[in-house]
Each structure stands twice: as structure tokens, then as C-alpha cells.
Design a binder for this molecule. Structure first.
Ligand SMILES: C[S@@+](CC[C@H](N)C(=O)[O-])C[C@H]1O[C@@H](n2cnc3c(N)ncnc32)[C@H](O)[C@@H]1O
Length: 259
């Protein structure tokens, strides 16, 4: 079955369009063959979803999430990893160590369209489920360690929804890591001007200055680390370097929590 433009939620189209365009560049910093295949198959111009700052931000976060996950998988090679709110992301391919058990989880309608372009693989399966309820977690096999990835998802949740999600994770998994993308109060307030998201109907949810603000919502979690995407973004372009100065406290962050 072929994917149509309208099948892809606009917020999921942004990282997909960016990863596809980067993959086509001569010195691509990341390669995402699946993103390119999907975007090429749509046959429409998606360049408005690929402005400079969003491009650099998505590339930085892709590299930072990949490296963080690889480090965790070195420590726990047999972990069960859940890409919660996976959209069309193919992170499994970037980090597969030959042993991890991977689940790509998203809302049922999103998993239905994902199935048009992905098939289940031996250690990488798709599962419909919501970050705001726990029913789907009962279908997962038991594991010694659980790693939950939420890239580009928590930014769209209200504070109450973030709390529901964190409580659900701690209730459902005896222990684990959450590798999540967090955004600032600035973006919550001014998100309608975001260079790519302004082309969508999405609005940003609760922004935080620090991941420590999550701990009040779920005291079982500890914050292990938190890094601004600026740290990666400033390595590549003058514009990225400039933004890392003027947007010092504005850029999104990768935070690692443990419980
Ligand atoms: C901006 S996309 C990010 C997709 C992917 N993580 C990436 O980085 O390419 C946001 C995704 O979150 C999913 N999402 C929104 N609310 C959700 C929920 N309550 N539970 C699970 N996924 C959700 C959407 O369906 C969408 O696929």
C-alpha cells in the first residue's frame, strides 16, 4: 500500500523531510535511507518543513539521541527499547546491536500508516499504544532493563499529560531509563513562530527550564543528564554557532532520567 501526503501528520513530516534532505547531501552527517524513500515516494515539495534552524536542530538531536542510546545499549545490550511516539522514525537501524528488543509505539492511526512503509522485523516490532495510558505495556515481554525514547513527543504535552506519561512509565516498568526531548518555556510561549512548526496546526505544550521540573511530577525518577542541542548544533555551521549564543536557553534538550 502506498503512502499519501495526507497520511503523514505534519509534525512527523518535519523530521522526516529534514532527515531525507540531509541524506541526499554530499557530506551527510546522518543517513536515513527510509526517510528518503518515504519522502521521495510522496512526490511533493516538502521544503517548507526544512528551514535552516529546524534542519540543524533535527540533525543535532538525531546524532545526540543515537549516541545516547548507543551508550545505554553498551551497558545493557539486551535491553527492551520502546520508541514511544515513533512516527516514521527508524532509530532501530541506527543503534541496533544485534541483541536489543525494539518496539515502535505510537497512536493506533499512526501505527496503521507506519505499517504502509515498514514491516515488523525480527527484533523490531510495531505496537499501537499511547504515552498517556498503560494498556499496551502489558503486551511487552519482560526484560531486565527498559529504555524509553521520546524524541519530539513530550513537547506537545500539557503539564498534566507529562505527569500522566511519567507516572505511567514508572507504574508499568519496574525500572528503566527515559531518554526524552524537552523544550523551553520560551518555545511554549512563542512556538507559533517556530520556523517549521508554524506550517502545522500543532501547538507546543508545557516547557521547562530544566528536567528537574519533571521530578516534582514523578519522584521515582532521577535526572541523570541534560544537554542542549546547541552543544551539537554549534559544531557545524556559523548559523548554528550564532544560535547557540543568542538561543542559549531556548533550544531543545536531551534529558536522561532513570527510575
Ligand atoms: C513530531 S512527531 C515525532 C516522531 C518521531 N519521534 C521522530 O522524532 O521522528 C510526534 C509523534 O508523537 C506521536 N504522539 C502524539 N501523542 C501521542 C501519544 N499520546 N502517545 C504516543 N504517541 C503520540 C504522534 O502520533 C507523532 O508520531
Amino acid at each position: 500500500m502506498k503512502l499519501k501526503f495526507g497520511d503523514i501528520q505534519e509534525t512527523a513530516l518535519i523530521p522526516l523531510a529534514i532527515k531525507a534532505s540531509e541524506t541526499s547531501r554530499p557530506n551527510a552527517r546522518i543517513r536515513d535511507v527510509k526517510a528518503k524513500e518515504i519522502i521521495d515516494s510522496l512526490g511533493v515539495d516538502v521544503s517548507k518543513y526544512d528551514p535552516f534552524l529546524s534542519h540543524e536542530g533535527v540533525i543535532a538531536r538525531t546524532i545526540m539521541f543515537r549516541d545516547q542510546l548507543k551508550a545505554l545499549l553498551k551497558k545493557y545490550p539486551d535491553a527492551l527499547c520502546v520508541n514511544l511516539g515513533c512516527g516514521f522514525d527508524d532509530k532501530f537501524t541506527q543503534v541496533d546491536n544485534g541483541r536489543v528488543q525494539w518496539y515502535d509505539v505510537d497512536l493506533p492511526d499512526q501505527i496503521a500508516v507506519r505499517r504502509k512503509v515498514y514491516s515488523d522485523r525480527e527484533r523490531c516490532k510495531m505496537l499501537p499504544g499511547s504515552a498517556l495510558e498503560s494498556e499496551w505495556t502489558k503486551q511487552l515481554p519482560k526484560a531486565k532493563m527498559y529504555i524509553i525514547v521520546m524524541e519530539g513527543v513530550l513537547e506537545y504535552f500539557t503539564k498534566d499529560q507529562v505527569k500522566t506519561c511519567l507516572n505511567m512509565l514508572c507504574d508499568s516498568f519496574p525500572h528503566g531509563y527515559l531518554v526524552g526531548e524537552l523544550h523551553s518555556p520560551f518555545l511554549e510561549k512563542h512556538g507559533k513562530h517556530h520556523d517549521a512548526v508554524k506550517h502545522t496546526n500543532a501547538t507546543f505544550g508545557w516547557g521547562t527550564k530544566s528536567g528537574r521540573e519533571y521530578l516534582a511530577l514523578e519522584p521515582r525518577m532521577k535526572l541523570l543528564s541534560e544537554h542542549s542541542f546547541n552543544e551539537e548544533m554549534k559544531k557545524y555551521t556559523l548559523g548554528g554557532k550564532f544560535f547557540s549564543v543568542i538561543g542559549k536557553n531556548i533550544n531543545n534538550r536531551i534529558a536522561v532520567f532513570k527510575w
